[in-house]
Design a protein around this ligand. Structure first.
Ligand SMILES: [Zn+2]
Length: 269
């Protein structure tokens, strides 16, 4: 069965959960990792989810912000160590815009041992993507698109799952109209919802290029999504209340299925 495992569900500055990143699994346990969160916590989240870096050979980085990219540096380090000890079969493929690939390589070039860096280009393969790029990852067709962020170059993707369903990821900004052609009629629309609409004054999401639960649900409705999965939230609402409050607000704005996962929740796709 194909599963989505939310390794983290928080925005950049959260401290009571991990930053937003997730894996999509294939039946044989192989994983596609989307973003890495902000650091070494990625390795902890993988361990807590009983997932192994040895099963990660394909990674996507949406953009260069610290809460998405720096965890990948730790993953590269962990995998390079496994490669050195002959425990990791095959190559690690990293898909991202050239700007993010350069960032990963530069940071690894500063903080990693040269003998581990030596795997770049050999066992660690960087795949630059541009707007509209199509590729096959773990037997699934992917199309990447530039979300046209004014903040920082960022890409999302849409893919056809092995079960035929369409899954689309909008990155960590509210839906931009340019994405419609790629993400309309998704079975699963993965998008950020920084806070409740009722708490806009408290969290001021719009000043940070983020949106609310109501905004994201309206987008899901306008894009004819069957289900939407909301994440990348503020971290001040107590975790034990977040899901209930967010779902309550979501219900009035979208008649489809809404998920507000916690860290380490698994969604069967
Ligand atoms: Zn972010």
């Amino acid at each position: 069965m194909e599963q989505l495992t939310m390794l983290g569900t928080g925005a950049a500055m959260v401290t009571n959960m991990y930053n937003t990143c997730f894996t999509i699994s294939r039946e044989d346990g192989e994983l596609f990792l989307v973003d890495g969160g902000g650091g070494n916590g990625l390795l902890r989240q993988l361990e807590l989810a009983h997932l192994s870096p040895l099963n990660i050979h394909n990674v996507f980085i949406s953009h260069n912000h610290s809460d998405h990219l720096l965890g990948i540096v730790w993953l590269v380090r962990a995998i390079a160590q496994h490669i050195r000890k002959d425990r990791y079969l095959g190559c690690l493929h990293i898909y991202a815009h050239q700007k993010s690939l350069d960032a990963v390589k530069t940071i690894c070039g500063i903080v990693m041992q040269p003998r581990l860096q030596a795997f770049f280009g050999d066992k660690i393969i960087l795949h630059p993507i541009e707007n509209g790029a199509q590729t096959i990852i773990l037997d699934r067709e992917f199309t990447f698109f530039d979300i046209q962020s004014v903040k920082e170059l960022q890409h999302g993707f849409t893919c056809r799952l092995l079960n035929g369903k369409k899954l689309s990821f909008l990155g960590d900004e509210p839906f931009h109209e340019c994405e419609r052609q790629y993400v309309e009629n998704s079975d699963y629309l993965l998008q950020e919802a920084y806070c409740l609409y009722s708490e806009v004054e408290l969290y001021r999401p719009y000043t940070k290029h983020h949106g609310t639960v109501v905004d994201s649900c309206r987008n899901a409705d306008s894009l004819n999504a069957k289900a939407t999965i909301l994440f990348h939230t503020e971290g001040k609402t107590p975790i034990e209340l977040r899901q209930k409050r967010y779902l309550q607000e979501a219900r009035a704005a979208f008649s489809g299925m809404v998920y507000v996962p916690n860290d380490l929740d698994v969604i069967s796709l």
